[in-house]
Write a protein that binds this ligand. Structure first.
Ligand code: NA7
Length: 544
């Protein structure tokens, strides 16, 4: 317990994932007194925890690297166009070692509470081992998708096999020859299903609403290609910098109606055959905003699903009916649809036959005459996360006048620029709701916000600022802007984690946008304008 008048640290960062590591590196560069509290036993966040078969990113590997160190870029070789989780985790460990970050990180340390102390102008952070640490500024880098959610199914505790969320994939589990259920068909489920289908004895996929998937087109990167990539890093990062999502894919400036139907289809064929998110993020600019354009593109993707799945009835179940292509996160896949042509794979449509209960030997579905009992050795829940605000909710953040963050955000988050929320002075949210940095190719987005943040905190330190708080006026204006921009995209009309939807939580839905959909370029400009105004949207108190 600390009772000194100066806090233990100038900065505490919660989380040693992609964002926390870079923020730590930059704060060390300022000579700041900083520590990182990390709940896991190693660095990497998402890439430390997600170890399920098939886990890999959908960003081109060479755009997922940090761009801040030419030396790091020159010495690291990626083996695949879209690297798998073990390689990404190795990379992040390499970064931690290279820049001497590890000694500043307290591992296996979970933050349970953080209370603002106005009289000392500091945060008092409590960890699960009962320690208390005080800090002037508290920074959150806790991940967007770090709190898994699992359906509360009756009888789950009676199951005799192994049942777990993909986030907790057991290291000792070998699914070969086993009867496996996968519940959920988002990006994670799609990766797991495609990878294990040929190893398991029987795979049963339980699907609620289908997702629109597109081919990943992964492949190895040869030594020559890697050398070329290294020569082009400036160009590659500039391209990402200029794109709204931080990917190498930039929206086509044309509307789909600017060309003939033949030309549209030819372009879509080309995008479908190209690696990565091009079909989603590099498409005609109206496809994610205009319902007619989106419907035509969706029909094109549906025709691909029908071509790839042999049983027409199964293909129809795999074609989404509730939303158009790209209005939810598009899972990228390798042979996903062909999985359903295998004899050992079955697709169960939960909209027709919902799960009634888990039994000691498997899953029982309801549905009148269609009711069935399935026997399993393993049940995998690929059922998603309490996204964006979940990591905040599990910490008891108490701000000025006893305000609890959980209460303030009960109807949805409100922030200014995604970096602060009023009533919580000196709490700086790096990976938080309504930030433009999190709606992007993640390392590109977090470099933006950390680069801005480091200039901001340098200003605070230089000017002896001991208390900083965004004004409510700025927060309300930002909320209006976030919602206004969000309303323009079809994504806002669809239930997904981008809008705070999660069917496995007790709470009411949070109808507010979780992320800023105005794009990284505009977001960066707004951040720069705030800095140019001398941070006038923040009330600041100097040391007395
Ligand atoms: P997602 O994208 O949230 O997908 C979760 C999946 O689980 C989705 O298909 C859900 O169906 C399904 N789900 C959720 N709850 C249930 C219940 N109760 N019963 C059956 N099925 C359910 O999570 P992921 O882990 O796949 O991906 C998260 C992010 O990681 C992704 O966006 C990428 O950025 C990387 P629903 O859609 O709700 O009908």
């Amino acid at each position: 317990m600390s009772d000194r008048s100066e806090p233990d640290y100038q900065f505490v960062i919660i989380g040693a994932g992609v964002c926390g590591l870079y923020q730590l590196h930059r704060l060390l560069g300022l000579g700041a007194k900083v520590t990182v509290l990390e709940m896991n036993g190693g660095v990497g966040g998402t890439w430390f925890r997600n170890r399920y078969p098939g886990c890999r990113f959908d960003s081109e590997s060479y755009t997922y690297a940090y761009s801040f160190s030419p030396e790091l870029l020159a010495e690291w070789d990626w083996s695949e166009r879209f690297a798998a989780q073990p390689e990404t985790l190795r990379y992040l460990n390499h970064v931690a070692d290279k820049f001497g970050l590890r000694e500043h990180i307290q591992f296996d340390t979970t933050v349970v509470a953080a209370h603002w102390e106005e009289e000392h102008l500091q945060w008092r952070v409590r960890t699960d081992d009962g320690r208390e640490i005080t800090t002037r500024f508290l920074m959150t880098a806790m991940g967007l998708l770090s709190v898994p959610t699992t359906p509360r199914l009756p009888g789950l505790e009676t199951f005799g096999g192994r049942a777990f969320h993909t986030f907790d994939w057991p290291e000792d589990l070998d699914v070969s020859g086993k009867r496996v259920a996968v519940v959920g068909t988002g990006s994670t489920g799609v990766q797991v299903i495609s990878t294990i289908a040929e190893q398991v004895a029987r795979l049963t996929v339980f699907q609620l609403d289908a997702n629109w998937c597109a081919p990943l087109h992964n492949g190895p990167i040869s030594a020559e290609e890697m050398a070329q990539i290294k020569d082009s890093y400036d160009e590659i990062f500039q391209r990402c910098f200029d794109s709204p999502n931080g990917f190498i894919h930039r929206p086509d400036r044309r509307r789909s109606t600017d060309v003939t139907r033949e030309e549209r289809l030819a372009w879509w064929e080309e995008l479908y055959d190209s690696p990565g998110f091009g079909i989603w993020l590099g498409n005609f600019r109206d496809t994610l905003m205009d319902e007619t354009a989106n419907a035509e593109l969706s029909e094109f993707i549906a025709s691909k699903i029908r071509e790839r799945v042999q049983d027409p009835a199964v293909a129809e179940i795999l074609i989404p009916k509730d939303h158009g292509f790209g209005t939810k996160r598009v899972p990228l896949e390798t042979g996903y649809y062909e999985v359903y042509n295998r004899q050992n794979v079955e697709l169960v449509d939960l909209n027709v036959t919902p799960i009634q209960q888990v039994t000691p030997t498997g899953i029982r579905t309801a549905g009148g005459e269609c009711a069935r009992d399935f026997d399993f050795d393993v049940i995998v829940f690929a059922t998603g996360f309490d996204a964006v605000t979940g990591a905040f909710d599990r910490i008891d953040f108490v701000g000025e006048n006893g305000v609890r963050l959980r209460d303030k955000w009960a109807d949805g988050p409100d922030t200014y620029l995604g970096v602060q929320t009023t009533a919580f002075p000196n709490l700086l949210t790096l990976v938080g709701p309504q930030s433009g940095s999190v709606a992007a190719n993640f390392p590109r987005g977090i470099e933006d916000i950390v680069n801005w943040m480091i200039v901001f905190v340098s200003y605070l330190l230089e000017h002896d600022i001991v208390r900083v708080a965004a004004t409510r006026e700025a927060e309300l204006a930002w909320l209006d802007h976030v919602m206004e921009i969000n309303d323009r995209v079809l994504m806002s009309k669809v239930k997904s984690w981008f809008n705070g939807h999660n069917r496995n939580l007790d709470r009411d839905e949070r109808p507010r946008a979780m992320i800023y959909t105005g794009g990284a370029v505009r977001y960066r400009r707004l951040l720069a304008e705030e800095a140019a105004r001398g941070y006038s949207s923040f009330a600041m108190t100097r040391v007395s």
